[in-house]
Design a binder for this molecule. Structure first.
Ligand SMILES: [Zn+2]
Length: 78
């Protein structure tokens, strides 16, 4: 699973990398969730339009439900 985490890390915008590293240190590989469709890949709660907009601006966005740091898949077609 560590390779999955490393793979996910590549998608993390540089601006939020510090925040990301702080979180992964605290929470490990569960700290991140890829957005799948319009849902958090961790808990499958719908994300809001605001959250999606922030993700596109490469801001740090956290799932309101499970607290994961969200990121968009590189091939996302949202
Ligand atoms: Zn979630």
């Amino acid at each position: 699973m560590l390779s999955d985490l490393a793979e996910a890390e590549k998608n993390v915008p540089i601006d939020i990398k510090t925040e990301y590293q702080r979180i992964t240190k605290a929470r490990g590989e569960d700290a991140m969730a890829q957005v799948e469709g319009e849902c958090c890949g961790g808990c499958f709660q719908m994300i809001t339009a605001n959250m999606e907009a922030d993700l596109r601006l490469e801001k740090a966005v956290f799932c309101k439900s499970c607290g994961c740091l969200l990121y968009l898949a590189e091939d996302s077609s949202l």
